[in-house]
Design a protein around this ligand. Structure first.
Ligand code: HEC
Ligand code: HEC
Ligand code: HEC
Ligand code: HEC
Ligand code: HEC
Ligand code: HEC
Length: 369
């Protein structure tokens, strides 16, 4: 973790204004040097102040696929203290650049991040940068990412959730189907993503492939599926969709996951504020399952999104979500009662044991005296 945190400064930095760089600049110019995997520099800019070799290679292919490059952000939009390249020098720009300030563009995220345990760590002298979580050169759109991808690329870099959450049953299921920040930033808007999972190729169906097989454009999808034109795919329409897929020889199930909206309130992670009340999720009225959408991922990490009625979660074709939708909540109530009873039982046994052992403990005290 030290390694990730060692670039200590980005959000403490006094953010200078963007855009600073006015000179003509093509990313290709930068790759003349930075596509060299052997390019390094010696640096003492780390927590231990020891000299280390820093690699200066940037993977052009991966950078080109990043959300920043796709949106026209160039090297100097971030490394904004580079004002020009002077090829008379061995290194055509300053060797030691200022820390990059992500919040100069992402102001709202920067503000919301202030209300978080990860920012408050500063009082203990540890500074966490934006890119400790997000990375920097290869940032991707997160909308289409699964719970596992979001957790692996962010929280699990530093935390092992199995060290905590002893009180939570079926931890594997919760960590697989509920994104960490849904519980840990409880104000974040959230929704259920339904994704089409291909049982033959063992992977999620991508948007372009799916629409090719269906022989239609994404814009025609709702027109075909949403028979009553209310903008919502209801249970009957969903069954027709499954039928249509079968006719096209697509044998798939839908995987449902509870994820946070891509919203800066997701940064509000704080100690002691996380969602712990089972009933808030596991009840027929739970607000956690009101927004449901069917998504098909595109290559750039964005999605085609269609609204779905909540009862669809009860469909036989939706894997694993059987405990959440309305009618099957009765079973959950029973599990709830059972758990409560289990807890009370443990207290009772402990208490009884204390009472039964009073004479023994008295005797032990006397012996010791
Ligand atoms: C989204 C912002 C952003 C963009 C765009 C960006 N960088 Fe960076 N770059 C960073 C951050 C953050 C660091 C981490 C180091 C720091 O700030 O001290 C970094 C570090 C580097 C380093 C040091 C080695 C390393 O990987 O840590 C090099 C070299 C570099 N960038 C080159 C480039 C080049 C070349 C481009 C354009 C192709 C580019 N950067 C585009 C944010 C960016
Ligand atoms: C502790 C990890 C963490 C840190 C540190 C962090 N983020 Fe985030 N960020 C997240 C998570 C989680 C999301 C929500 C995405 C999701 O649901 O997976 C998010 C979402 C975002 C988004 C998309 C939502 C929006 O506001 O448009 C941006 C942009 C963003 N972060 C920028 C930043 C910036 C800038 C900083 C530094 C001030 C920062 N993040 C620090 C975890 C982090
Ligand atoms: C020069 C302005 C600029 C800087 C500096 C910058 N970004 Fe961005 N960032 C953007 C733009 C533009 C987008 C695309 C916005 C969109 O699609 O809504 C973006 C998108 C993102 C997203 C994707 C959010 C999503 O929709 O899923 C994340 C995460 C992110 N940036 C993090 C960072 C981090 C971390 C840094 C610092 C290393 C950084 N940005 C620095 C301009 C910037
Ligand atoms: C770069 C490493 C890193 C990442 C990534 C990270 N955290 Fe943390 N987190 C920490 C550190 C270090 C602390 C301890 C803060 C302290 O002791 O004050 C912490 C504290 C916490 C706490 C408070 C409880 C505690 O043990 O102090 C929670 C809850 C938490 N993180 C959740 C998350 C979630 C959810 C994510 C993903 C969105 C995440 N963290 C991502 C490093 C990280
Ligand atoms: C069902 C909701 C839920 C989910 C899902 C969940 N957590 Fe938690 N987590 C909690 C609650 C409640 C606590 C108790 C402490 C609190 O209230 O903040 C906790 C405690 C923690 C702590 C220790 C906090 C402390 O104060 O010591 C960390 C770190 C943490 N979770 C990280 C994660 C990470 C990482 C994930 C995702 C893999 C995750 N959690 C998923 C609800 C959840
Ligand atoms: C933030 C919402 C949320 C909270 C809070 C929550 N759960 Fe869950 N729970 C889920 C989701 C989503 C699933 C996965 C759906 C499924 O397996 O049917 C799940 C699954 C389960 C399962 C089934 C696991 C399996 O493998 O079939 C049990 C049992 C369960 N939860 C019990 C609890 C209990 C007890 C609590 C309180 C201590 C709790 N949950 C708190 C959302 C939540």
């Amino acid at each position: 973790m030290k390694k990730i945190l060692r670039w200590g400064l980005s959000i403490v930095c006094i953010c200078w204004l963007w855009p600073a760089a006015g000179f003509a600049n093509e990313n290709s110019e930068w790759f003349e040097c930075h596509s060299d995997e052997g390019l390094t520099k010696e640096s003492t800019d780390n927590i231990l102040k020891t000299e280390i070799t820093e690699f200066l290679y940037v993977d052009e292919e991966k950078f080109n696929h990043s959300v920043h490059n796709i949106n026209g952000i160039t090297c100097v939009d971030c490394h904004s203290d580079i004002e020009e390249l002077n090829y008379d020098e061995e290194v055509p720009h300053e060797q030691y650049l200022k820390a990059v300030c992500c919040a100069s563009c992402h102001e709202e995220a920067g503000d919301d991040f202030k209300n978080s345990v990860h920012m408050k760590m500063r009082n203990k002298g540890i500074t966490m940068t934006c890119y400790a979580c997000h990375g920097y050169h290869y940032v991707q759109h997160m909308e289409s990412a699964s719970v596992a991808e979001r957790e692996n690329s962010i929280c699990l870099k530093c935390h092992n959730p199995y060290q905590f959450h002893d009180w939570l049953p079926s931890r594997d299921s919760h960590f697989a189907y509920v994104e960490c920040v849904v519980c840990h930033a409880p104000d974040v808007p959230r929704h259920i993503n339904l994704k089409l999972y291909d049982l033959v190729t063992d992977s999620f169906y991508k948007s372009d492939k799916l629409f090719k097989v269906l022989g239609m454009e994404p814009e025609q999808f709702m027109g075909t599926i949403d028979a009553n034109k209310d903008g919502l795919i209801d249970a009957a329409e969903f069954d027709n969709l499954v039928l249509l897929l079968k006719q096209k020889n697509i044998h798939a199930v839908f995987r449902a996951e509870l994820v946070a909206d891509i919203n800066s309130i997701a940064h509000h992670v704080n100690r002691g504020t996380a969602e712990k009340t089972c009933q808030n999720c596991h009840s027929a009225e739970s607000p956690y399952f009101n927004a449901v959408s069917l998504i098909f991922s595109k290559d750039d990490g964005t999605v085609e999104r269609y609204n779905v009625a909540r009862p669809v979660l009860e469909s036989y074709h939706v894997s694993h979500f059987y405990l959440l939708a309305g009618t099957r909540m009765k079973l959950m109530d029973k599990i709830g009662i059972f758990l409560l009873a289990g807890g009370a039982c443990a207290v009772f046994i402990h208490f009884t044991a204390r009472v039964l052992t009073i004479p023994l403990r008295k005797k032990k005290d006397q012996d010791e005296a």
